[in-house]
Design a protein around this ligand. Structure first.
Ligand SMILES: Cc1cc2nc3c(=O)[nH]c(=O)nc-3n(C[C@H](O)[C@H](O)[C@H](O)COP(=O)(O)OP(=O)(O)OC[C@H]3O[C@@H](n4cnc5c(N)ncnc54)[C@H](O)[C@@H]3O)c2cc1C
Length: 396
């Protein structure tokens, strides 16, 4: 990539030209993207070579070396030409930025390029059957065996664990220490003997997450991120990255359900219809849709302002909890409005009498139920906002 010396317009022009020359035409349609195939593989390889899967990471670790301003311009240019970033997942969203900020040089060199190129899938081993919102109750044991660690325990709700190459895992390294003090953040190779995953079905029919069992699993001593027994601080920082990324995704509508060329207004127009003044025929629905649009617009502008203001590249703060909370609510509202507009056509699960898009919207609506749970529930995010953003005392 040429060095534009901070000239955003020149960067924009160059990026647009590259995207127009390289983004495969076939991937501009939903059907093309779903089909995947050679075009999708070629696009992934091109983006990986450019480092634009992780645009702001240093090029030494496989990233694009872009400033936040350039990365934002790139995202806008991609939207303009109908392109998308094919590289993502928890590697890009959460553990990558955490290693970049807090990992050792060796961890950066070993783990980041595979994430930036989209070659290594990561999963998050935080939740356990007895530790969700109260995450520090986690019990998965990690013992020092001299030249390696030995891990025993169970995780749950581990997204993509059955497909993942690596897991960033919270483990108890000092059972005698106070609850928050004996925890470490350990990177575990999911191909290690003793790792077992069992997929669980989500309400919308997908099986995106698993129960994950670790039985005498060996891990490398140099794969603890941050200090031994200092994992709670790492865990919280990682959650800020995760919540920030989820909020941004929810804002773009990408985590809310099926990709669709039709927005909520299109569904409302075609299923509810218009009155003789060209307005949506249902006045009550019209009012709620207008409120949703205003809230969404304010949310988008706030996301953009937050990105503009963080010129120092310090990354997200506790305010990410606020944005994640708001993003989840807006995504759920949007899905509710779409299913309501569909009327009887929004009652289908499978079978005849329903268009594919209608069935997909119903499953998408069910998927949004998870938005206020994943990455920390809405109630927990409100707790973070009250304590860490507003500085309110703990309720007695
Ligand atoms: C789609 C999806 C993907 C997920 N992926 C992962 C993953 O990859 N890795 C992973 O580790 N986990 C994952 N999770 C788990 C997720 O992080 C937990 O479900 C979440 O943190 C809540 O924990 P819990 O389910 O144990 O609920 P609980 O903690 O039992 O909470 C139950 C209810 O009580 C409320 N509550 C609990 N404590 C408080 C409190 N102090 N104040 C107010 N209300 C409270 C909660 O808000 C919630 O409504 C995923 C979850 C979903 C839905």
């Amino acid at each position: 990539m040429a060095d534009f010396g901070g000239d955003l317009d020149a960067f924009r022009t160059d990026a647009r030209a590259w995207l127009e020359a390289n983004f495969p035409h076939a991937l501009k349609t939903e059907a093309g993207r779903r089909a995947g195939g050679g075009d999708a593989r070629r696009w992934r390889a091109l983006m990986a070579d450019k480092g634009w899967g992780a645009p702001t990471w240093p090029s030494a670790y496989g990233g694009g070396g872009l400033s936040r301003g350039e990365a934002r311009a790139l995202a806008e240019e991609m939207a303009q030409v109908g392109a998308y970033n094919p590289i993502g997942g928890l590697g890009i969203m959460s553990i990558g930025p955490t290693i970049l900020e807090l990992g050792t040089e060796d961890q950066k060199t070993r783990h980041l390029p595979g994430i930036a190129r989209g070659e290594k899938e990561w999963c998050q081993g935080y939740s356990e059957p007895g530790a969700g919102s109260d995450l520090a109750s986690l019990q998965t044991r990690c013992e020092d065996k001299g030249d390696h660690y030995l891990v025993n325990g169970q995780k749950i709700w581990t997204s993509v664990a059955n497909l993942a190459d690596w897991c960033f895992c919270l483990v108890r390294t000092d059972p005698a220490a106070k609850k928050h003090e004996g925890i470490s953040c350990l990177l575990i190779d999911m191909k290690s003997p003793g790792v077992e995953t069992r997929p669980i079905q989500l309400i919308n029919g997908d099986s995106p997450f698993c129960e994950t069992f670790f039985t005498d699993v060996k891990a490398r001593k140099d794969d603890i991120v941050g200090p031994l027994n200092g994992g709670w601080t790492i865990a919280k920082r990682l959650l800020q990255f995760e919540r920030d990324a989820i909020a941004t995704g929810l804002g773009g509508g990408t985590l809310t359900g099926p990709a669709s060329a039709m927005g909520v207004e299109d569904y409302a127009r075609s299923y509810i219809g218009l009155d003789d003044r060209g307005r949506l025929a249902d006045a009550d629905y019209r009012g709620r849709l207008a409120r949703h649009r205003m809230e969404n617009q304010a949310f988008q502008l706030t996301l953009r302002r937050a990105a503009n203001e963080s010129k120092s590249n310090q990354g997200p703060s506790n305010a990410a909890a606020m944005m994640k909370y708001a993003g989840a609510q807006i995504a759920q509202d949007r899905a509710e409005l779409i299913v309501e507009a569909l009327g009887q056509q929004g009652l289908g699960w499978e079978g005849g009498g329903f268009e594919d898009q209608e069935l997909a919207q119903v499953r998408g609506w069910l998927r949004t139920k998870a938005n206020s749970i994943e990455g920390g529930s809405s109630e927990i995010n409100l707790n973070v906002v009250s304590k860490r953003v507003l500085g309110l005392p703990d309720p007695k």
